[in-house]
Structure formats: C-alpha cells, structure tokens
Design a protein around this ligand. Structure first.
Ligand code: CMC
Length: 429
C-alpha cells in the first residue's frame, strides 16, 4: 500500500499521498489540499517546498553529495569535459564517441554571433555590468531566430540549445573586450570550448596569445562544477518562465538575471569586493568575523553558508584543492589570497559558524581562482552563468517534456487592507 500522511484540520482528517524519490527522499503531495479544504501551504523562501519532480541532479546537503544524472561530481570533475557534462545533463545520458563528436562539432559551428548584434555593444556604457550585457544580448537572440515555427518544436529546442552553448562564451568575451576598449576577438573553431573562450578573452590582434593548458583545465573544472544545482533560485526562475511557454532564450535570460544577485551567483564578485575592503581598511580578519556574527550589523561573510549544504559544499572541496594547485603553479602571490586563507581558517574554527554549519561555498574559492586567472572581478558571475547554462537548458527541457505540465503559479496569503473606498482627490488628506 502506498504511504500517506494525515493532516488534521478543524474537524476533518485529510489524507495526503507521500511521494518518494529514487534516493528515498520524501514529500507530502499537497496539490489536492486547497480543493479539499480551502487551505494552502505557506513556506517563506521555499525552505521546505518541492516545486517539481526532476531526474537531473541529486543533492544530499547533509552528506555533501552532488550527482548529475547519478554520476558523482567528483568523478565528472576528474574525468569529464564541460561539453560532455552538458550533454549528460541535457540528454540524460553520457554520449558515446560519435554522439559527443557530433555535439561538439555542432557547438563549434555556431560560435559566431550575428554581425548586427555586435552593434548593440556600442550602445552600452563602457562601465556597463557584464551581467546586464549578457542578459540583454541573450534576450536579443530571440529576435534573430524568431521565424522558425516551421521546424518541429524538438528540433527548434535542440538548435537553440546548441546556439546558446556556442554563443554564450562569445557574448561574454565581447562584453569584456568592450569594457577595456579592445577589439572583439572572433571565435576560433579549431580550439576546444575552454581554449576558445580564453582566446576570445585574452588575445589581441596585435600579439600572439598562447592559451595555458593549466588555465584550460581549471576553466573546464569550474564550468563542470557549476553546471547544475537542481532547484536553485536561477534554475527555478528558468522553469517558472519556461512554464509560461516563453521561448528558451527568454527563459535563459531570466535565469541570468536571477543569478546576478549577491545571495546567489553574484556572491563570487562580492567575495573579492569584501577582501578588497578588508585590505583597504587594514582592519583585522577578526573584526570582520565579529561583524558577521553581530546581528545588529547587516554584514555577512560572502562566500560562506548555503541553503542546502549543511556539512560541506562538495564543489568547494574540489575547488579548494584546485585553487592551491593553480596558485602554486602560476606562482601567484596576492595579499588578497592571504586574507582569504586567514578568513577561511578563522571562520572554520569559530563556534558561530560551526553551530550554524556555515562553510566556505563554491563562490568563495571560485572568486579566488578567477582572480588568479586574471578574469576581471565584474565578470565572475558571467563565468558562473557560462557554467550553469546546461543546467538551465536541461531544466527548461525537462519541464517542457513533462506530461500535463502546468503554468507555475503560486498562491499567497493576502495581508493588505480589507475592502476599501476610493477617496476622491479633493477629499484625501
Ligand atoms: N555570514 C554570517 N552569518 C551567516 C551567513 C554568512 N555568510 N550565512 C548565514 N548566516 C547566518 C544567518 O544570519 C542565520 O543566523 P541565525 O540563525 O542566528 O539567524 C543562519 O546563519 C542561517 O542563515 P540563513 O540566512 O537563514 O540561511 P539561508 O539558507 O536562508 O541562506 C545563503 C543561505 C547562501 C543566502 C546565506 O548563507 C548567505 O547569504 N551567504 C552569503 C552569500 C553567498 O555566499 N552566497 C552564495 C551561495 S553558494 C552559490 C549559489 O548557490 O549561488
């Protein structure tokens, strides 16, 4: 017999089905609750709400487990490439040799953006935030690929998936070049995905740029680690927008905007800003740790804490090791990195952080690594977006394929005024 939960409400006992996931996680299905009782559930910040059933990514926050389509992140980090991981997330299985070659070649052939898009960059102020540029340009892609209704829907989604994966690095690198007044460097389709991105970012027509294989490997790792994280704020946003049947470019644009915030992907940029502030002030690390603990101060240690991971963030663990390796190899010496290490040590042994299970998260180490790679601080969240793209696409696709899917439309408990009069202007105080 299937498991049920009982809810006692007024004089009624309501039976609600229990849904069990493949990793034995449990949910009470409340979809019939309002119909049966008139009550809804209320869950501020969705701390306790499952918004969907999904077969893409599994996280166990207590044990620090993260798996894409069942494969542990540690294994993918060691053995996979970003494009292979993207295929896994989007198509649901690891590609065979031919499938991966075909996928990679398709991505290679779509790396250029329409020449007219280049002109948009002239209109942005020089100091425009690259996340704003990324969102605007990705949104504009739907104006370039709008008359494709003749294609079957699955073909459109597949082609737009390839276009997004191929063009996002180009759009991002052009945003950086614009900010420093350098000419755009066109993609080189003979290069691998990560090599090509570094080439577009750091080469100039005036000088040969040798892409460092250590940087390529590090970028590949960073993108894999960011590729999906189940129902986080930006992915839920993508699913929400996709649920209205808006096109894929629109849904991904919404995801980029949600990612931008400092509580989410924007935290990697904030980590460096915080470290810079610490250095400039000359104050001790202890002073900042104390400030983060002080409930009267709004200050938080950026790059610490996570909604789901209450033990450790497995991505952060992998990145910490890579961070040490990279800094050692590149012989980077940077006072900010020393402050970061001191801060990490101080927080990890502080009872406030221990009791609340606040550990350095993926953004803490990724910020430090991007800095060592010479990625400009304001582009850190753009890097996160490049990595998260396959996850967003996979979720939009999964939502689209769900039988009987519905528009996502939460309810609310209204707390405003009761029926009120419209007071004419001359009678208002
Ligand atoms: N510094 C100081 N105190 C903190 C921090 C922090 N970074 N994070 C959480 N706390 C405290 C918080 O004040 C609360 O204390 P108390 O129980 O006394 O009220 C307790 O820890 C629980 O925190 P919460 O805010 O209720 O937890 P949450 O799940 O709502 O928020 C979070 C998670 C990531 C938004 C939050 O930890 C945070 O703002 N961290 C800094 C920003 C950051 O690094 N974000 C990147 C997240 S990882 C990448 C991603 O998913 O995008």
């Amino acid at each position: 017999m299937s498991e049920t939960a009982e809810l006692k409400l007024e004089n009624q006992t309501i039976e609600l089905p229990v849904i069990t996931g493949t990793e034995n996680e449990k949910a009470i299905d409340v979809s019939s609750l309002r119909g049966k009782t008139g009550y809804i559930t209320l869950d501020n910040g969705y701390m306790n709400t499952g918004a969907c059933q999904s077969a893409i990514t599994f996280i166990d926050g207590e044990q620090g487990i993260l798996r894409y389509r069942g494969i542990p992140i540690e294994v993918l980090a060691e053995r996979s490439s970003f494009l292979e991981t993207a295929y896994l997330l989007i198509d649901g299985k690891l590609p065979n040799k031919g499938e991966l070659e075909n996928f990679t070649n398709r991505v290679r052939r779509h790396t250029m953006i329409h020449e007219d898009i280049k002109r948009f960059y002239d209109g942005f102020p020089k100091d425009a935030h690259p996340m704003a540029i990324l969102a605007s340009v990705v949104s504009s892609l739907s104006t370039f690929y709008q008359h494709e209704e003749a294609r079957p829907e699955t073909e459109q989604i597949s082609l737009n998936t390839i276009r997004l994966l191929a063009k996002l690095p180009t759009i991002a690198a052009f945003a950086y070049k614009k900010s420093i007044g350098h000419p755009f460097m066109y993609p080189q389709n003979s290069m691998s995905y990560c090599e090509n991105f570094l080439h577009m970012m750091f080469s100039t027509p005036a000088e040969h740029y040798e892409v460092d294989p250590v940087m390529v490997d590090t970028l590949n790792l960073l993108l894999i680690l960011h590729a999906d994280h189940e129902q986080n704020c930006s992915t839920s946003t993508v699913r929400m927008v996709a649920s209205s049947k808006a096109n894929l470019f629109a849904a991904i644009t919404a995801g980029i905007c949600a990612l931008w915030g400092p509580r989410h992907g924007g935290a990697n940029e904030e980590v460096i800003d915080m470290l810079l502030q610490m250095r400039a002030s000359g104050d001790s690390v202890k002073k900042y740790v104390d400030m983060a603990k002080d409930k009267n101060s709004k200050f938080k240690l950026m790059g610490f804490g996570h909604r789901v991971y209450k033990n450790f963030d497995p991505r952060a663990k992998i990145l910490k090791a890579q961070c040490d390796k990279l800094l050692d190899k590149l012989k980077v010496s940077d006072p900010l990195l020393d402050i970061a290490k001191e801060l990490e040590e101080a927080a990890l042994k502080d009872p406030y952080f221990i009791e609340r299970k606040l550990y350095p998260n993926v953004d803490f180490y990724s910020g430090i690594i991007y800095k060592a790679m010479n990625i400009p601080t304001r582009a850190f969240t753009v890097m996160f977006a490049l990595g998260r793209l396959p996850g967003w696409i996979a979720h939009a696709k999964e939502y689209g394929e769900e039988v009987g899917n519905k528009i996502n439309r939460p309810r609310q408990i209204y707390t405003g005024p009761n029926l009120s009069e419209y007071i004419p202007m001359d009678k208002r105080g």
